[in-house]
Design a protein around this ligand. Structure first.
Ligand SMILES: Cc1cc2nc3c(=O)[nH]c(=O)nc-3n(C[C@H](O)[C@H](O)[C@H](O)COP(=O)(O)OP(=O)(O)OC[C@H]3O[C@@H](n4cnc5c(N)ncnc54)[C@H](O)[C@@H]3O)c2cc1C
Length: 439
């Protein structure tokens, strides 16, 4: 494995063996050990960790450091995001949450940048008897799984957060659900990648290249817009919600990822109102989830809608109205705050709400996608898992339930463990009256 100048675009790299108009190549010059398609938070952490392991690594993205994390609230909400039937995913979420403090320390050191990690905890509040019953049930469920959460009366909630509405009648305090600023996180990852020697190709990957006998039985790299070809020993598809439609990937390997739109509003808290809120506050209002995430720099993020509308990222009056209306019920004082920004992004959703990590049935192609509403939370563990998969070819034990093969292999083979959303579930989804909560 050789080293090369960090962080700048390389020129054309391949030679030989490409039939005109075909997608299969036999004589690509091996240029990279690892090539990552997509420079969102997941592609960036994968490239960083791969380069740290000594792999000659490239990343392809026309605009690295953007993606869904540009919109995301950055809640590290392993416990408050618990859904019935997602206990296996909970294990991965908790493992990643535990890694966050060390990950942040290492990344801040590697990049020289602050990522806005705030160990502030979360308060999930209830308004009426129904909400309270739902939260109580969630509390019991959490306790049954050994998770740390504490039931508070309405008065206790308001003592913690005086800006809360008098209508709050109780809540759950989850001291371990923190937050990070996803924009700073991706910026720091970008710098860390550059410093670790990742080669950036600021271009779109048009299609996967295949080579091998009998017409292409191995992923061999990608072709960029304009025809440049990059060869790689291993290619990682980390293109977020677009991963499911990447050209050249055989149909039976293509990940079942779909875009789930989320709109977000950003307010700012002027000095005279600070701290306004001291921790993340979440609630379900009229059956819809809403959260308020206060950053140390005075930003207050209110989110998020959850809409299945394809790749549409329009910010709508209705979306913004609902967010502000619901957030206002929880914290009436928000109407005094300046509105700074509205935005919409696409969560990469998967059929069981869990990510797809590691090798696929196509040799040379790995996936790191489908992180849905927990991609920021899952960043540390995804980096570690993917680095391991890229170097050893194996998934570490904690990541095995998240193999992409669970969607493609016959159900009774070892390669296809039960879907993470359904495994080891002491409480079935049918018992679940808990309202949906979305990041
Ligand atoms: C409103 C909202 C709120 C959220 N809140 C939270 C939260 O509080 N906590 C949390 O943990 N998660 C949250 N998430 C989820 C989280 O943001 C995502 O799971 C995560 O950002 C996904 O990262 P990704 O890198 O997989 O995909 P993306 O961020 O979508 O990045 C994919 C990248 O691939 C690139 N790409 C696509 N196609 C190509 C191609 N052909 N060639 C080259 N590059 C390509 C794109 O340019 C993009 O940069 C939220 C998401 C949204 C939308």
């Amino acid at each position: 494995m050789s080293t090369h100048a960090p962080g700048h675009d390389d020129g054309p790299h391949t030679s030989g063996g490409s039939p005109p108009g075909g997608g299969r190549y036999d004589a690509l010059v091996r240029r990279y050990d690892a090539l990552v398609i997509g420079g969102g938070v997941i592609g960036l952490v994968t490239a960083w960790r791969a380069a740290q392991r000594g792999l000659r690594t490239a990343l392809v993205d026309p605009a690295p450091g953007g993606g869904a994390a540009w919109v995301a609230a950055g809640m590290l909400a392993a416990v408050t995001e618990l859904h019935y039937g997602e206990q296996t995913l909970l294990g991965l979420n908790m493992a990643s949450a535990r890694r966050y403090p060390d990950f942040v320390t290492e990344l801040e050191e590697a990049s020289g940048q602050d990522v806005g990690h705030r160990a502030c905890g979360t308060l999930a509040v209830a308004f009426d008897a129904d909400d309270r019953a739902h939260l109580r049930e969630l509390h019991t469920f959490q306790q049954g799984l050994g998770l740390e959460s504490e039931w508070l009366t309405g008065r206790e909630c308001r003592r913690l957060e005086p800006m809360l509405s008098p209508g709050v009648h109780g809540g759950l305090r989850v001291a371990g659900d923190h937050q990070v600023d996803p924009r700073r996180l991706t910026a720091a990852l970008l710098t860390a990648c550059e410093r670790a020697g990742v080669a950036f190709h600021r271009d779109r990957a048009e299609r996967l290249l295949l080579n091998g006998n009998g017409g292409g039985d191995r992923a061999a790299g990608v072709e960029l817009t304009g025809g440049t070809r990059l060869a790689a020993e291993r290619t990682v598809l980390a293109a977020g919600s677009l991963s499911g439609r990447f050209a050249g990937v055989p149909d039976d390997v293509l990940p079942p990822v779909r875009p789930v739109k989320g709109q977000v509003v950003r307010l700012s808290v002027p000095e005279r109102y600070a701290p306004f809120l001291s921790r993340t506050v979440r609630a379900v209002v009229r059956g819809g989830p809403v959260y308020l995430v206060p950053r140390e720099n005075g930003e207050l993020v209110i989110g998020a809608t959850s809409e299945e509308l394809g790749w549409d990222t329009t910010v709508t009056a209705g979306g913004v109205y609902e967010l502000l209306r619901d957030a206002h019920e929880v914290v009436p004082g928000i109407t005094e705050l300046p509105l700074v920004e509205t935005s919409a992004g696409l969560r990469p959703g998967s059929p069981d709400n869990a990510p797809m990590l590691g090798p696929t049935a196509l040799p040379g192609l790995l996936l790191a996608t489908g992180h849905f509403r927990n991609g920021v939370l899952l960043t540390p563990i995804t980096g570690d898992v993917m680095a391991e998969a890229l170097t050893s070819g194996e998934l570490p034990p904690e990541a095995r339930p998240f193999t992409p093969r669970r969607f493609t292999a016959p159900p009774d083979t070892a390669a296809a463990p039960a879907a993470p959303g359904a495994a080891h579930s002491p409480v079935g989804a049918a018992h679940s009256p808990v309202q949906e909560q979305h990041t």
